[in-house]
Design a protein around this ligand. Sequence first.
Ligand code: SF4
Length: 72
Amino acid sequence: MKPVIDQDLCLGDGICEDICPEVFELREDGLAHVIDARPGEGLWVRVEKASVECPTDAIYLEEYGPEEEAAA
Ligand code: SF4
């Protein structure tokens, strides 16, 4: 799965980073960024939790496209 943040919706409260700092990072621009676009399976539960807990539903999870699958 590929976590994506809609930064137009991000409040910068850092909840996602608190839940899964391996994947989400709050930066000086006041927005959360994805720092691992291909998190290992061991992180998926927390990535999903971050998606659920985000107050504005800014985090969504995409399937990899065929080209990304091929690059895996
Ligand atoms: S939990 Fe959502 S609103 Fe909060 S910093 Fe992360 S992406 Fe932004």
